[in-house]
Design a protein around this ligand. Structure first.
Ligand code: SF4
Length: 400
């Protein structure tokens, strides 16, 4: 008799299939016929029992799980998801969607997950254009992040958790923060969040793990505008309570996006709300300009930089508040950047390793980097690619 236990998987029998829930927000199914081929089996919440030798059960189940993970699906987005783990062969440097991004400063971006529970009309990573989600194994992320931190050779370092989506959707987030906080060079751990999945208890848990700052997006102050911008139900009263709760426990940046013609008045109310907040930690407000992205949701024409700054200067005068910020205001300093193994224009050989987020995208790997391949025809094997983008080690390539 073999018993195989799991921490991150929980099993239930459902309509003749065995459902495996993974890290709370993902699931896949195991075929009862395939399980029965291993031996007579019994399902428990965090274990599978087989009437087979432990070696046989483990070997057969492992290969069954590798197959079944191909059908991983996100509960929120209902999209197929790719699990990026130590043995997946997918590097964590090179993609703008997941992994680690070093832009040559003391701030390292960490992207553990994609996908969101909101559908913001201005979203730069418009989910309706993306077919797949990604989730990264926590220990793999921490291990690779450690290498980047060591390479940078400076302190203080800020780790900025900023997903193509909502990072609180990443179930191992407290563990990730705890592991990241253990690097002595890391003095700030910040997160971009829409706040909608945060309870007071969750805030406490993240702060106890080592999170030092929440960047909370608040874009509107009336229910109707908030709902219009979020593209779904959005409880602004709850988000306001949350902002006050956070400020008594961690630093807080309120981060609205300026959408000309949609939320000018709301931004004034957000400033008034920001001024009314008081707590034991530092508060700040960082108004961002809506930017047009090729694969973003683009509901309006972006304000020019001149118009955006004129808007901010008017508000600065009215509220006697600094709203035009520079990198120095956020203690961002230049720091050596990871070397790029190839540059724009280079022709390289790479291995196709995974589908990408878009229908036209595949991921390839070469020299420890991921390359997003546009319109590739091969589904596996070696390809010749021309690198068409290489800034900050985020690579795009086209087949040649
Ligand atoms: S909360 Fe952020 S990631 Fe989610 S839809 Fe809105 S802008 Fe996009």
């Amino acid at each position: 008799m073999a018993t195989i236990q799991f921490q991150d998987l929980s099993f239930t029998e459902q309509n003749g299939r065995v459902r495996a829930d993974f890290l709370q927000y993902f699931h896949f199914f195991l075929s009862p016929d395939e399980l029965a081929r291993i031996g007579k089996y019994r399902v428990e919440r965090h274990a599978l029992h087989f009437s087979a030798s432990p070696q046989r059960a483990e070997r057969k189940l492992n290969s069954l799980l590798v197959q079944a993970f191909q059908g991983l699906e996100s509960k929120y987005t209902k999209k197929q998801a790719v699990y990026v783990h130590q043995h997946s062969g997918i590097p964590l440097i090179g993609s703008g969607a997941f992994g680690i991004i070093d832009r040559g400063t003391n701030v390292i971006e960490v992207k553990p997950i994609t996908g969101c529970n909101l559908f913001c009309i201005y979203c730069s990573v418009d989910q309706s254009r993306r077919e797949k989600d990604f989730i990264v194994e926590k220990d793999y992320l921490v291990q690779e992040l450690g290498k980047v931190i060591a390479f940078k050779g400076i302190s203080p370092i800020e780790i900025h958790i900023a997903s193509q989506g909502e990072p609180t959707f990443y179930q191992p987030l407290p563990g990730l923060i705890r592991d990241v906080a253990a690097f002595p060079q890391v003095k700030i751990i910040s997160i971009d969040t829409n706040g909608t999945l945060l309870s007071n208890e969750k805030v406490d848990e993240l702060v106890a793990a080592g999170l030092t700052r929440f960047n909370l997006s608040i874009n509107a102050f009336t229910d109707a505008t908030a709902r219009r911008i979020a593209g779904t139900h959005y409880n602004i009263r709850r988000i306001k309570e949350l902002a006050q709760y956070i400020l008594d426990r961690a630093d807080l940046i309120i981060a609205p996006v300026y959408l000309p013609g949609i939320n000018e008045q709301d931004i004034e109310e957000i400033i008034a709300f920001y001024l009314s907040l008081s707590g034991t930690h530092q508060k700040d407000i960082g108004i961002q300009n809506f930017l047009w992205y090729k694969y973003g949701a683009n509901p309006i024409k972006a304000a020019s930089l001149d118009d955006f700054y004129a808007f901010l200067r008017r508000l600065e005068e009215k509220y006697q508040l600094k709203l035009i910020k520079s990198a120095a205001d956020y203690h961002i300093i230049k720091a050596r950047e990871l070397p790029k193994p190839f540059s724009t224009g280079d022709i390289i050989q790479a291995e196709i390793i995974s589908p990408g987020r878009f229908s036209w995208e595949q991921l390839a790997c070469s020299q420890g980097r991921v390359i997003s391949v546009r319109d590739g025809k091969q589904e596996s094997g070696t390809v010749s690619l021309k690198i068409v983008r290489s800034k900050h080690n985020i690579f795009f390539g086209v087949p040649v």
